[in-house]
Design a protein. Structure first.
Length: 273
C-alpha cells in the first residue's frame, strides 16, 4: 500500500479534490440560508441565491442614475487601476533594492536595517498620516499599497539574492565581469522568478490595504461599495462583491504563475506553483 506522502493526484482527481472543499462551503451556506429564511423570510444576513442574483444584475448590468455608470464595472476599474499602479511601483522598487541589498555589502549595511524596520510597521496605522500628507485622492491609496508590500518584498528578494552561491559570483569576476555584469548576468536571471513569486504572495495584503483605503476615503471602488452598502445590511451585494474580489485575485495569481512558467521554465522543474 503506497504511503500518503507518495500519492499525487493527477488530472481529474486533482480537480475533484480542489472542488470538494468549495462545494462543501457552498452546501453549508445554502443549508444555513434556507434555515434562516424558513424561520424569518426577511432575513438579510444570509441572502438566498435568488436575492444575490438580483443584486448582481442590478450592480453589473444597470446604470447608476447618479453617475450614469454601471457600478460593478466602475468599481472594478477604479480598484484595479489603484492596485496595478501600486504593485507596479512596488515591483520596480523591489527589483532595484533587492538586487542592491542582496549583492552589495555596503547597501546591505546601510539600507538593510531601514527596510527591516519599515517592514514590521503596520501599514494600516500609517493610513491617517498618508491621508494628511497626500490628501484623500488617489495618491494616498497607491502609496499605502506601495508602503505596505514593498519592504517585505525587498527583504525576501534581498535574502534570496544574498543566498546565491558565492562560487557563481567569484567565477564571473574571474572571467572579468564587473559588478554591473554580475548583477545583470548572474543575479538578475535568478532573481526574476523569485520576484514573481514574491509578487504573488503580496497580492493578498495589497488587496487588504486597497479595500481599507477605499473604505475610508473614496467615492468609487470595490472597497468603497462594500462599506457603503453595509449600513443597509445589504449582504446580497457584499457577498457577491467579496466573491468577485476573490476571483480577480485568483485570476491574477494564475496569470503570474503562467508568466513565470513561460518565461522561466527552469524555475519550475516539478510543475509546482
Amino acid at each position: 500500500m503506497p504511503r500518503l506522502l507518495n500519492v499525487r493526484p493527477r488530472g481529474g482527481g486533482r480537480l475533484l479534490l480542489g472542488f470538494l472543499p468549495l462545494a462543501a462551503v457552498l452546501l453549508v451556506y445554502l443549508t444555513a440560508s434556507a434555515a434562516r429564511h424558513a424561520e424569518n423570510p426577511g432575513d438579510r444576513i444570509l441572502p438566498t441565491p435568488a436575492a444575490m442574483a438580483a443584486a448582481v444584475h442590478t450592480m453589473a448590468f444597470e446604470k447608476d442614475p447618479r453617475t450614469g455608470e454601471i457600478p460593478l464595472a466602475a468599481d472594478t476599474k477604479a480598484s484595479l487601476r489603484r492596485l496595478g499602479v501600486g504593485m507596479a511601483l512596488a515591483t520596480g522598487a523591489t527589483l532595484l533594492l533587492g538586487l542592491g541589498i542582496g549583492l552589495l555589502p555596503l547597501a546591505r549595511a546601510g539600507l538593510g536595517p531601514l527596510v527591516a524596520a519599515i517592514s514590521v510597521a503596520p501599514p494600516i496605522a500609517l493610513l491617517p498620516i498618508l491621508f494628511i500628507t497626500f490628501g484623500l485622492g488617489e495618491t494616498a491609496k497607491i502609496v499605502l499599497i506601495f508602503v505596505g508590500v514593498t519592504p517585505v518584498m525587498v527583504r525576501d528578494l534581498a535574502a534570496y539574492v544574498a543566498a546565491i552561491p558565492e562560487e557563481q559570483i567569484v567565477k564571473a569576476q574571474t572571467l572579468g565581469a564587473s559588478t554591473w555584469l554580475v548583477t545583470l548576468r548572474v543575479a538578475l536571471p535568478q532573481a526574476l522568478p523569485r520576484l514573481i513569486e514574491s509578487l504573488r504572495l503580496s497580492l493578498c495584503p495589497a488587496w487588504v490595504y486597497l479595500i481599507s483605503a477605499e473604505a475610508i476615503a473614496s467615492d468609487v471602488g470595490l472597497g468603497y461599495r462594500i462599506f457603503l452598502v453595509r449600513r443597509y445590511l445589504a449582504m446580497d451585494v457584499i457577498l457577491p462583491y467579496v466573491v468577485w474580489i476573490s476571483l480577480l485575485a485568483v485570476a491574477m495569481d494564475f496569470a503570474l504563475v503562467a508568466l513565470s512558467r513561460a518565461a522561466f521554465p527552469w524555475a519550475h522543474p516539478g510543475g509546482k506553483s
